[in-house]
Design a protein around this ligand. Structure first.
Ligand code: C2E
Ligand code: MG
Ligand code: MG
Ligand code: MG
Length: 289
C-alpha cells in the first residue's frame, strides 16, 4: 500500500509499485478466466514405500498452462488464488480431476493393489461451508471410494480456525478417507495440537529432508519427528527426497513412505500411467523370482 503524500487524500505510487500492482491485477484477471479456458492441469507425483520403492499412490499438484507465460507453478498463483477466493473453484476442479483420474486407473489396472491419490486443501477450502457435501458428491460422481482419497492439509491451514477444523476433520474421517498433515514441522503449534488432530499420516516438510545427509541437526530433527509419529502410531511420508543418501537415512530411521525427485518429479497423467505400468512390471518380476 502506498503512503499518502501530504494531506490531499490522494495517493502516489512509485513506478515499481504501480507495475507490481498492475501485474498482479493482470494475473488475477487471467486466473479468473483460466478455469473456463481449461488452462489448469493436474500433475501427479509418486509416493513410494521406502523399503522397496513400491508405488503406493500419487499426490495431485495443480499446474497452470498460461498462454503467454508458459507453465506457472502453484507457488506463484496459489497465494493469489487463496486471497481472491478463486482457490475454492480451482480446488473443486482439482478434487474432481484427481478422483476421476484415480478411478480410471483403478479400472484400467484392476489387478494392481489399490493406489491412492492425495489432494491438497487450502485453508479457504477447508473452511468453506460446502466442503463436506462437495467431497461426498465428487466421490459419488467419480465412483472413487473414500479410502482411496487422501486430503493434505497444512498445519497453518488448520490453525486458522482450529476448533472448526478439528470438528470438520472428525466428520471427514467418518467418511473413511485419510487425512495427511502437510509440511509438518514448519508450523508453530505442532506438538500441542498434534494429539488432538484426527490425522492419519504426517508429511515431513522438504526443508528438513533436504540437508539431513550433511547436517546432523537436520537428521536429528527428522529422527525426532519420526519417533514422535511412531509413538503416536502415525505413518510418515518424507517429502523432497532427492538423493540416495537421504533415502538410506530414511530407511535406517524406519520411515515408511517417501516422495521426491529421486523417484520422480510431478508428471502428467499420461506419464504417471507409465509409472504405474513400470511399477507393476517390476513387482510381477520380483514375485516370479
Ligand atoms: P506441497 O503440497 O508441499 O507439495 C510438494 C511440493 O514439493 C510440490 O511443489 C512438489 O513439486 C515439490 N517437490 C516434491 N519433491 C521435491 C524434491 O525432491 N525437490 C524439490 N525441490 N521439490 C519437490 P509444487 O507442485 O510447486 O507445489 C507447491 C505447493 O503449492 C504445494 O506444496 C501445495 O501447498 C500447493 N499446491 C499445489 N497444488 C495445489 C492444489 O491443487 N491445491 C492447493 N490448495 N494447493 C496446491
Ligand atoms: Mg501437499
Ligand atoms: Mg508438503
Ligand atoms: Mg511443502
Amino acid at each position: 500500500r502506498a503512503k499518502g503524500q501530504g494531506g490531499g487524500g490522494y495517493v502516489l505510487f512509485d513506478r515499481g509499485m504501480h507495475e507490481t500492482a498492475l501485474r498482479r491485477l493482470d494475473l488475477e484477471l487471467d486466473l479468473r478466466r483460466a478455469l473456463e479456458r481449461d488452462q489448469f492441469e493436474a500433475y501427479y507425483q509418486p509416493i513410494v514405500r521406502v523399503a522397496d520403492r513400491r508405488l503406493i499412490g500419487f499426490e495431485a499438484l495443480v499446474r497452470w498452462n498460461h498462454p503467454e507465460r508458459g507453465l506457472i507453478s502453484p507457488a506463484d498463483f496459489i497465494p493469489l488464488a487463496e486471497e481472491s477466493g478463486l482457490i475454492v473453484h480451482i480446488g473443486r476442479w482439482m478434487l474432481h480431476q484427481a478422483c476421476a483420474q484415480m478411478r480410471a486407473w483403478q479400472l484400467a489396472f484392476p489387478r494392481r493393489p489399490a493406489l491412492t491419490v492425495s489432494v491438497n486443501l487450502s485453508a479457504r477450502q477447508l473452511l468453506h461451508p460446502d466442503i463436506l457435501p462437495e467431497i461426498r458428491r465428487t466421490l459419488r460422481q467419480t465412483g472413487l471410494s473414500a479410502r482411496h482419497l487422501k486430503l493434505e492439509i497444512t498445519e497453518s491451514a488448520m490453525m486458522e480456525d482450529a476448533e472448526r477444523a478439528i470438528e470438520l476433520l472428525e466428520t471427514l474421517k467418518r467418511t473413511r478417507l485419510k487425512l495427511m498433515l502437510d509440511d509438518f514441522g514448519t508450523g508453530y503449534s505442532s506438538l500441542s495440537y498434534l494429539h488432538r488432530l484426527p490425522i492419519d499420516v504426517l508429511k515431513v516438510d522438504r526443508s528438513f529432508v533436504m540437508h539431513m545427509h550433511e547436517r546432523s541437526e537436520d537428521r536429528s530433527f527428522v529422527e525426532t519427528i519420526v519417533n514422535l509419529a511412531q509413538k503416536l502410531g502415525r505413518p510418515v511420508v518424507c517429502e523432497g527426497v532427492e538423493l540416495p543418501e537421504q533415502e538410506a537415512l530414511l530407511r535406517e530411521l524406519g520411515v515408511e513412505y517417501a516422495q521426491g525427485y529421486l523417484y520422480s518429479r510431478p508428471v502428467t497423467a499420461a506419464q504417471a500411467q507409465m509409472l504405474i505400468i513400470e511399477d507393476a512390471a517390476r513387482f510381477a518380476r520380483k514375485r516370479r523370482g
